[in-house]
Design a protein around this ligand. Sequence first.
Ligand SMILES: C[S@@+](CC[C@H](N)C(=O)[O-])C[C@H]1O[C@@H](n2cnc3c(N)ncnc32)[C@H](O)[C@@H]1O
Length: 229
Amino acid sequence: MRHGDAEPENRDPIVDMIKENLVFLREFLLEFKTTGACFPTSRWAAQALIAPLREEERAPKKILELGPGTGSVTLPMLREMRDGDSLTICEINPRFMKALKDKLACNEHFLRNRERVTFFEGAAQEIPTHTRYDMIVCALPFVNFDLETVQAIFHRLRQVSSPETLMTYYEYIGMRTFNDALAPSDRAERIREVNDYLKSSGSFNYLGKERVWLNLLPVNIYTIKPSAA
Ligand SMILES: C[S@@+](CC[C@H](N)C(=O)[O-])C[C@H]1O[C@@H](n2cnc3c(N)ncnc32)[C@H](O)[C@@H]1O
């Protein structure tokens, strides 16, 4: 261990989980629009989101994570990172970013990779455009955004993608049915516009969908090529 490295602590995983859920719940109440969920992503959904990183034989990847929150996807991703991979973590909420950095400070997989991990505190639609990423892992709550915001995010993602870039993101199962039946009409209309943009416009090349039931709420995980129509 080098001078200045954080000492790995003996942490109680149950206490950590309760703390993480409390941080998340607080942000859900304070920043509902950007947080979009009241619990962090489950380990099963996280594994589905990072599936392309587990391929046995693969070239080093430049990875971009959008919306890490408290790190429920970041941590398994750091575990899967290999020599030559790099990771940029983009988070709009400074409190989430601070909680994440605190958590990573003594995480062995972060410490192993940290020379190749960078943080961008700001909006996904403002990520600097100097890097072309190979893989984008996205947990942004698109259905909470208006259409212009979703379009601005994908405009920027195309600028930081090559035609081969893969992106994973999730959507709650049944969200559209629930929305059509129960949401107030202005919210229902906004969500319909966003869904039409994501699914019906032919904007993206959809490569796969995986259902994950063990998540609050169950999700579909989509794999797309964001820059290939
Ligand atoms: C549904 S939470 C997901 C958190 C975590 N990845 C998980 O799966 O448990 C959405 C995350 O996206 C972040 N976020 C929302 N809008 C964003 C934006 N425009 N740019 C970057 N991060 C954003 C939120 O602050 C939050 O951390």
